[in-house]
Design a protein around this ligand. Structure first.
Ligand code: GTP
Ligand code: MG
Length: 323
């Protein structure tokens, strides 16, 4: 049985809250991808050169990325030749299987934050301006508070006016504390204060909000490596997780950002925000292909509850099948 039939059977039998949220938020992406794929198989009953050219266009326009698209087209050509498949509908189904196994082959599939057995777990959150870092931090804090963990926020983004205040608003809503420093102060010293407090108070999870100015790469690199050094000195082995936040609506620029950050600091995960606002849901496949880092969560809206753990089956279903 192909993946599509398997997913249809799996998700139509029982209600699944996760897949419902994906299906709803990914309606635009599905239109751009699945509807066009269906139209393609109607246009070309048998696959030919033009079928592959159109397929290439669909994949690129869904933000799968040029590199991955060319790789997929090559592989699909080979599969069609080797297995002597000429029926376009059959090949479309195999393509979906291929997207799934391609993601799986790129590494592990962690989602939840890995908590330390002893002492605070430190999660560093990085990403360029406006991608949704602070909102995602609030969503993650909410998630782990719900799971009974104690959470402390650290506003190490001291350069943008209003950044700590924004985090403070979320913290008040969540009824948790946030450690801040004066405007323009050293982010590392704010982080140090935050971690010291977390150690003293035996906090389970510390989430550090970092400024994301990428316009000066050398500066950001120096700042981030200093921050990492200070965090590691305060709590050996920390940061335990570093999540890069990427805005799905920025398209391939998100991939460029991801590569730049991956060079600067070791990433343990990616969170893709604003999946509800894009028609190009293929970005997840492109990022995974380029970085090999697991997508840990996705943002499907602005509310505290709009963060879902990344689930490949729900994602593929949302992108390719839906309701
Ligand atoms: N629709 C939607 N909007 C989101 C999502 N995540 C964040 N946003 C919105 O994106 C905007 C920017 O979010 P922030 O959390 O302030 O982004 P940031 O990266 O902290 O921004 P800076 O601190 O300025 O670098 C806000 O209006 C959020 O409500 C999401 O998953 N879906
Ligand atoms: Mg922010």
């Amino acid at each position: 049985m192909g993946l599509i039939s398997f997913l249809k059977e799996k998700f139509s039998k029982k209600k699944n809250e996760n897949v419902d949220s994906y299906t709803e938020a990914m309606a635009k992406s599905r239109q751009n991808f699945s509807n066009r794929l269906n139209a393609l198989s109607k246009k070309y009953k048998k696959v030919n050169q033009e079928y592959f050219e159109d397929l290439e266009e669909i994949l690129i326009e869904s933000d799968v990325g040029v590199n991955l698209t060319l790789k997929i087209i090559d592989e699909m050509l080979q599969i069609s030749k080797e297995k002597k498949i000429t029926d376009s509908e059959e090949l479309n189904e195999l393509l979906i299987d291929h997207l799934f196994s391609g993601y799986m082959a790129k590494g592990d599939n962690l989602t939840e934050v890995r908590f330390q057995e002893n002492g605070p777990t430190v999660l560093l959150v990085v990403g360029v301006n406006g991608v949704g870092k602070t909102t995602t931090i609030a969503k993650l804090a909410y998630r782990y508070l719900q799971q009974g963990k104690s959470v402390l926020l650290v506003a190490a983004d001291t350069f943008r006016a209003g950044a700590s205040e924004q985090l403070q608003i979320w913290a008040d809503r969540l009824k948790i504390e946030v450690v801040t420093g004066p405007y323009n102060s050293d982010p590392s010293s704010v982080a140090y204060d935050g971690l010291s407090k977390a150690k003293k108070e035996n906090i389970d999870l510390v989430i550090v909000d970092v400024s994301g100015r990428l316009h000066n790469k050398q500066y950001l690199m120096d700042e981030l490596s200093k921050l990492n050094r200070v965090i590691g000195k305060c709590i050996p082995g920390a940061p335990h997780e570093t999540f890069l936040i990427i805005d799905a609506t920025t398209g391939q620029n998100g991939v460029v950002q991801a590569k730049a950050f991956a060079e600067i600091c070791p990433l343990t995960g990616v969170v893709i925000t604003k999946m509800d606002g894009t028609s190009k849901g293929g970005i997840i496949l492109a990022i995974r292909d380029e970085l090999g880092v697991p997508v840990r969560f996705i943002g499907l809206g602005e509310k505290m509850t709009d963060l879902k753990e990344f689930d490949l089956e729900s994602y593929i279903y949302g992108l390719c099948v839906g309701e």
